[in-house]
Design a protein around this ligand. Structure first.
Ligand SMILES: C[S@@+](CC[C@H](N)C(=O)[O-])C[C@H]1O[C@@H](n2cnc3c(N)ncnc32)[C@H](O)[C@@H]1O
Length: 212
């Protein structure tokens, strides 16, 4: 899927009430952003945002934050909210490397959806399931850690299984074919996933947790 360039992305972002412009300000205080103490889930690399928008609509008693590095993708996510009023959703346009500056120990679940696979060995550290990122997540998770990952990339999936096991996560669900799994795992599709579904591509899925 090609990334679209949104010419007036800055303007769209500046005018969005969903975009949190200085997320550092709310570190440890996201309950004040949402005005409640409901669980907070974070998607890293939300792209055009379909997944996080749909999740927020489906689960009004859970708060959702979608983070995306690219301004055009974030602006498209803002546009995709349309005129809906989704009180339990906020967006951040920033690098995932920065998350420990944005959140205290207040995140319940992290979603890693079709993240860049970085298949070359020299790029391993950039994968969202590399130990460096798992250490970052430790700084923002509440007591229990919970990661949900979906990908069509075998290299990324197997390295995620290895990296999470080494880091003492347990696997609550592992599926080597999410869309044809007999367990009928509840699933909201992302934008990339909708295309892959049409192409009958195999999707790998895991839910991992650590109850320390
Ligand atoms: C393959 S796309 C998947 C988008 C979306 N999750 C989906 O499934 O439709 C990966 C997204 O991650 C974003 N991304 C890559 N590296 C990132 C980083 N370090 N921080 C935040 N977003 C990042 C990219 O800009 C891109 O939008």
């Amino acid at each position: 899927m090609r990334y679209n360039v949104v010419k007036n992305a800055n303007e769209i972002l500046d005018n969005s009430k969903y975009l949190i412009k200085n997320p550092e300000r709310y570190k440890g205080k996201w309950n004040t952003v949402f005005n409640n103490n409901n669980p907070i889930c974070l998607e890293l690399g939300m792209g055009r945002g379909s997944f996080i928008i749909e999740m927020a609509k489906k689960h009004p008693n859970v708060n959702y934050v979608g983070l995306e590095l690219d301004k055009s993708q974030t602006a498209t996510a803002v546009n995709n909210i349309k005129n809906d009023k989704i009180d339990n959703l906020r967006l951040i346009c920033a690098d995932a490397k920065e998350i420990a500056n944005f959140f205290g120990k207040e995140i319940d679940t992290i979603y890693l959806t079709f993240s860049e696979p970085w298949p070359k060995r020299q790029d391993e550290k950039k994968r969202f399931t590399h130990e460096g990122y798992l250490k970052l997540y430790d700084r923002i998770f509440k007591k229990h850690k919970h990661i949900i990952l979906k990908t069509d990339n075998k290299i990324l999936f197997s390295s995620a299984l290895e990296s999470l096991s080494k880091y003492w996560y347990s696997f609550d669900v592992v599926s080597l074919d999410l869309h044809n799994d007999e367990r009928k795992i509840k699933n909201v599709m992302t934008d990339f996933e909708k295309n892959y579904f049409k192409e009958h591509r195999t999707i790998y899925y895991l839910e991992a947790s650590f109850k320390g």
